[in-house]
Design a protein around this ligand. Structure first.
Ligand code: NAP
Length: 227
């Protein structure tokens, strides 16, 4: 498990050991930075058992008019949501392919399915992840290795407070992080699955709708909502 805050990571690792009897290694690292990803690659190389499932989940999302947003934060968002995914996926996939088994899970978003004004960088990074997985899915056919992009709609986590400075509206239909994890596990346990997986009450509907509408129309609608 990887996150920047080592104290929370240690507490979660301890809880996982206690409640599930699993062996847990935690690395406190900022994977938007080269040195953080190097630390994670180093930890992965030391694992005694091969990697069966790699979940690339860490991500941030900013909101606001692009011209008003902090440049460094926007660049860090791309480093975390895109560069770290490419770096760590390319570190774990060759071993999986040579063993003929393994799953790569990338936590994308329903936001991947269209341009979203006032969340322009975020939607673009999530589209990057989704397209990357679609490509990998084809490339990996016949290797025994699978790649999935999980695309939840709104999930009640710290995400919105961290990136937007506010929580989701109270009445918005949402799901829990546990429900996204359960959906992911169900997909992994199936023999055949679509590589792009929506999750939650809203995502199947919004993703299908944005696939049907011209991009200019879906971007207009999202812009009206998010302004
Ligand atoms: N919440 C939603 O509505 C929603 C919807 C669709 C998709 N998603 C996606 O779900 C994923 C997880 O988001 P979440 O909702 O669980 O957000 P969250 O509550 O803010 O959690 C983000 C996690 O990533 C870690 N993290 C953040 N920046 C990091 C960095 N630079 N290096 C290493 N770890 C880092 C955080 O730990 P530290 O802060 O300790 O580093 C935390 O564990 C993201 O990719 C997001 O795009 C979220």
């Amino acid at each position: 498990m990887v996150a920047r805050r080592g104290d929370r990571l240690a507490a979660l690792a301890e809880q996982a050991r206690r409640e599930h009897g699993v062996e847990v290694r935690g690395v406190a690292a900022d994977i938007s930075k080269d040195e953080g990803r190097a630390a994670v690659r180093g930890m992965l190389d030391q694992l005694r058992s091969p990697i069966e499932v790699a979940v690339l989940n860490a991500g941030i999302g900013t909101q606001g008019r692009f011209v008003d947003l902090d440049r460094d934060t926007e660049v860090r968002e791309v480093r975390l949501n895109c560069v770290a995914v490419v770096d760590l996926a390319s570190h774990v996939l060759p071993g999986m392919v040579s063993r003929g088994r393994g799953d790569l899970v990338v936590m994308s978003s329903a936001a991947a399915s269209q341009a979203i004004p006032y969340m322009s960088t975020y939607a673009a990074t999530k589209a990057f992840e989704m397209r990357l997985v679609r490509g990998l899915h084809r490339e990996l056919r016949g290797t025994g290795v699978r790649a999935f992009a999980i695309c939840p709609g709104p999930v009640r986590t710290a995400f919105h407070r961290t990136g937007w400075g506010k929580d989701l509206p109270k009445l918005m239909p949402t799901e829990s992080a546990g429900s996204v994890a359960a959906r992911t596990m169900r997909v992994l346990n199936r023999r055949r699955s679509n590589p792009v997986v929506s999750s939650g009450p809203l995502a199947p509907f919004t993703m299908r709708l944005s696939g049907l509408l011209p991009e200019s129309v879906s971007a207009w609608g999202a812009g009206v909502y998010h302004q």
